[in-house]
Design a protein around this ligand. Structure first.
Ligand code: ASP
Length: 348
């Protein structure tokens, strides 16, 4: 077991050379050994990791709970509520881009390491889809509620009814209607929504926060929330609320989450696959790589045109990340690290 001093001795050089290491990771051919992930070891608990650079602000909120000795489930819920409440984030919660009928529909799920889980799909009018998912887990005998039923449940539970369509997202939708061209853009997630004006089929058309955390007691939890693919067909549900696709958590192994084109993740039960590969002995990095390869094997031509990223953590706090294309980033927060890293990727 690493003591604190040894841990710092190991991670300090990594922090100093992090960019070089990650650049090397991106250039490494598939199957070649990748540099060690930036954070390793049980000595480093608690820990929280999230998809994308905006995960950093979410991690900071989760960290308040983890650092105070709190439960990872509370931490991941509090963490992902940050982008859900941000009207400038056009891909999660309030201000999320609508479907092609102009309706903002949210997908979210939450899971504990003991198998407890809850989920909502195509939820409307409620900002904090993740909290509704938690309520499904805690207050119903079910795992998943969708559409009108999910919204009805949320309102009955006292969640306020709100208009999630902001002037910005409405304008983007009306622009998109001029062409109605549905073409998710690769790596759109990596372009800061506030730097890019919304364009038809352009920036901000899909994105998700997936967050997994391990608290000081070793309890693993995860949360995943999104407004899904912008301008999708009404009723479309992606991977994010589907336990085993967008998120899977098991205290005995660790957790995984995903972002990108959800249809591809659903086809391979992506997050469950990553966790089961770790159970069989793969590192989080190897498991994420194998899941991405599976997507390539199932549809090599299709895979070239889209982005999927996996982020995983084992119950020792080792991290792995891998994507189809360049551009996927993830945020890590521990006692000693608060950083965004570029993920290695398949198509060099
Ligand atoms: N995975 C999400 C979905 O398919 C969107 C994304 O992460 O870009 O709905």
């Amino acid at each position: 077991m690493l003591n604190r001093r040894k841990f710092f001795a190991l991670t300090a050089p990594l922090a100093l050379t992090g960019n070089r290491l990650m650049a090397a990771a991106q250039n490494a051919p598939l199957g070649a050994p990748h540099p060690a992930p930036p954070v390793r070891g049980a000595a480093n608990l608690p820990i929280v990791v999230s998809t994308w650079d905006f995960g950093q602000a979410a991690n900071a909120e989760a960290w308040k709970i983890l650092n105070a000795g709190g439960w990872s489930l509370d931490a991941v819920e509090a963490g992902v509520k940050v982008p859900e409440a941000d009207p400038n984030n056009t891909t999660v919660g309030l201000g999320g881009f609508p479907d092609r009928d102009g309706r903002v529909t949210l997908d979210a799920c939450i899971m504990e390491g003991n198998g407890n889980c809850g989920s909502v799909g195509a939820l409307e009018h409620v900002v904090h889809a993740i909290s509704v998912a938690r309520r499904v887990m805690e207050k119903t005998p079910h795992v998943m509620l969708v559409g009108d039923g999910a919204t009805q449940f949320a309102l009955e539970q006292g969640f306020p009814k709100e208009n999630l369509l902001t002037p910005t997202s409405e304008k983007a939708w009306k622009e998109w209607l001029k062409t109605s061209h549905y073409q998710p853009v690769i790596n759109i997630e990596n372009q800061s929504y506030h730097k890019q004006p919304p364009m038809p089929g352009g920036p901000g058309n899909h994105d998700t926060i997936g967050m997994v955390a391990i608290d000081a007691k070793g309890r693993v939890s995860g949360a995943c929330t999104t407004s899904g693919m912008a301008f999708k067909l009404h009723g479309r549900v992606g991977d994010s609320p589907i336990i085993g696709a967008g998120l899977f958590v098991d205290d005995e192994v660790g957790a995984a989450t995903s972002t990108g084109v959800g249809e591809e993740v659903i086809r391979i039960c992506g997050s469950h696959l990553v966790v089961e590969l770790m159970r069989q002995g793969r590192s989080p990095q190897q498991a994420c790589e194998e899941a991405v390869k599976r997507i390539v094997q199932k549809g090599p031509e299709r895979a070239k045109t889209l982005q999927v990223g996996f982020l995983a953590i084992n119950n020792q706090g080792d991290i792995g990340a891998y994507a189809l294309q360049k551009g996927f980033t993830y945020s890590v927060r521990t006692g000693s690290v608060d950083q965004v890293y570029p993920s290695p990727y398949y198509y060099q």
